[in-house]
Design a protein around this ligand. Structure first.
Ligand code: AHR
Length: 328
């Protein structure tokens, strides 16, 4: 833990104004010696698809030395929570200034977060929430609003299928907060529509291959009588499209597919008519995270949930328009 942050914490609010001012000026220009860099421990998810790649690269490209940071990137080993808890523990023992956490599992973080609190190390959640959502144990969560994003998908489904229809949900891994939040937004709208029939839901672990095999079985066991797929991420939506094509059906016509993330691959598929709706889940909020870390270290208060604004794409034209400048 650098001298700077320990001083702020112990000096308390009274001094914060002036102290904060002088210190932040120093870190911003990176002058003033090594220990002026703020050490940030990033307990990350690691390889998990296009969205994750975009998000974690953006975080790493935002917390640079030029910006006054020494970022320690600790991706999970095969999405394993124990490897994340171990990394978190070593960051606390090492006395980093701040911890960023993207949890592979929602539950099981109470002890780790309490230890960070005892060590007075602020923790900021990146994308993923914790369950139960005890906001006393972390400073803030930065992420798009999963409930609002999946609500936008459901609202589109109502307009795209005014007669309703049979639908299936391809979910992310069980136990991940965003999965429950996305179900919540979707069910609140579609669950209330009697014209829509839920055939079922199954995890495909954010994977195109798994989604393809899951949906092949769904088509077979329902004699292809499925009109809609809600895929909780792009990769799984693309897997469903492959299964539909292999069943001799046409995605976008015989079966409509809606996805969440907004990656380049999904927009290309929407532009080609293979997907029908794509709700962005904006991964590029590294600059917001830097701003939040600086505010927190300067003793300023921040909102408990900071939402990264996201767009929606409901036509091939909208996708074609967005593709040229797409960064992820
Ligand atoms: O937590 C966000 C989800 O994790 C994305 O929607 C999915 O693609 C990623 O793997």
């Amino acid at each position: 833990m650098s001298v700077r942050t320990r001083a702020i914490r112990f000096a308390g609010i009274a001094l914060a104004g002036t102290l904060a001012l002088s210190v932040s000026a120093c870190s911003d220009n990176g002058e003033g010696g090594g220990d002026e860099l703020v050490t940030v421990g990033f307990v990350a998810v690691g390889p998990e698809g296009a969205w994750r790649q975009a998000n974690e690269t953006n975080i790493q490209e935002s917390f640079t030395e030029e910006a006054g940071f020494n970022l320690k990137y600790a991706p999970a080993t095969n999405l394993d929570q124990k490897s994340q808890i171990d990394a978190f523990t070593s960051f606390v023992d090492e006395g980093v200034d701040v911890i960023l956490l993207s949890a592979t599992e929602g539950s099981g973080w109470e002890d780790s977060l309490s230890r960070a609190q005892e060590a007075e190390i602020p923790v900021i959640l990146i994308d993923r929430g914790i369950e139960p959502d005890n906001t006393d144990l972390y400073v803030t969560r930065i992420a798009p609003d999963n409930i609002a994003v999946s609500t936008s998908v459901a609202e589109w489904a109502k307009t795209a299928l005014p007669e309703g229809g049979n639908y299936f949900v391809l979910e992310g891994p069980a136990g991940v907060s965003v999965v429950n939040e996305r179900n919540e937004g979707w069910d609140a709208v579609i669950g209330a529509e009697s014209s829509f029939t839920k055939l079922g839901a199954q995890t495909a672990n954010w994977s195109t291959e798994e989604a393809k095999s899951v949906f092949e079985t769904v088509l077979k066991s329902n004699n292809n009588d499925v009109q809609l797929v809600f895929a909780q991420n792009d990769e799984m939506g693309l897997g469903a499209a492959q299964a539909i094509e292999e069943a001799g059906l046409t995605p976008g016509e015989d079966v409509k597919i809606a996805t969440i993330d907004g990656t380049k691959g999904a927009l290309e598929a929407l532009a080609a008519g293979r997907l029908s709706f794509v709700a962005e889940y904006n991964p590029l909020f590294g600059d917001v995270a830097v701003d939040v870390v600086n505010k927190v270290l300067d003793g300023e208060s921040v909102e408990p949930y900071i939402i990264a604004e996201s767009l929606t794409f409901d036509s091939p034209e909208a996708a074609q328009e967005a593709l040229p400048d797409r960064k992820f």
